[in-house]
Design a protein around this ligand. Sequence first.
Ligand code: PLP
Length: 347
Amino acid sequence: MSSPAIDLRSDTVTRPSAAMRRAMADAEVGDDVLDGDPTVRALEERVAQLLGKEKALFFPSGTMANQTGVWLLSRRGTEILLDAEAHLIHWEIAGLAALCGVQARPVRGTGAVFDADALRAHIRPLSPNAPQASLVALENTHNGAGGKVTSLEGLRAIREVARANALPVHMDGARLWNASVATGTSVGDFAACAETVMVSFSKGLGAPVGAALAGSTAAMTDAWQTRKRFGGGMRQSGILAAAALYGIDHNWPRMHEDHERARELAAAVDGAGGARVVPPDTNIVMIDLPAGITANDVSARCGEHGVKISPWNATRVRAVTHLDVDRAGIKRAGEVLASVLEKSRRR
Ligand SMILES: Cc1ncc(COP(=O)(O)O)c(C=O)c1O
């Protein structure tokens, strides 16, 4: 029998462990839309406390929590300033336009992710003929940049520019857990740089579903209604919240292993066949391919050898480490990727 595939397409592919499933089965539940679910309440309090915000709200997805943050903080007919490679631009099916009525103003910095200077340069002088900005959105870690962390210092500088221009900040912190593990900065210190912060449970924490949005009590009161309007009111959702709590308690403390695995994979692949790896800060490994081979080809050939990775764009593939792939799996993935890349040079 062939061994199961090593799936590095995303950290969303993790399956709930037996212990996580037991925690879900044992969760105390209620009707969270009607009069509350005790396990959801416990999760929301835990997340609010970790992020240093007055309140947090459990969401079915990071996308819905992101869109709710933008909905709350932006104004229709304005623009939101965010990194050119942001998840909010590329992977949320134009929700900014379709749901929130705002235009994305992509900011490109000189580094992997935009910085305070780039933000300053993108703020338009007031004009009756130009769109006004109403919001800045950050992403930390930054998926499209290869899991890059923006340091606390960098975030504070961005925050200052936003403040000087009376712009609130939303943070897509789907992988803020990883940023904290990689830097030692608390998620609360990162979160202090934004009015609303989204964190995801279904990535490195290994839960099957869910995210949270955190902010002021007033903002979360509005967010409750927005979540309901977007179709995200959930009933006995304590079953899902229990998985998220389990992930915070048991899987967050081991997340540094994913970062080690990413560095091992990067070292095994960098230079193979002329490929260049973006040095990983966290658990995302971006591999820039040499001329003459496409991302689709590399992904397909790795798949034939039992290693699943994602084409990111025509010339870049992405591999993401997570708790369901151990050191031996990463070693094997590195060998397969390196061999596919080497062979592609010889073709
Ligand atoms: C940076 C980032 N933001 C938001 C999301 C959306 O999360 P969800 O898949 O739960 O909607 C993702 C998912 O991959 C992500 O990587």
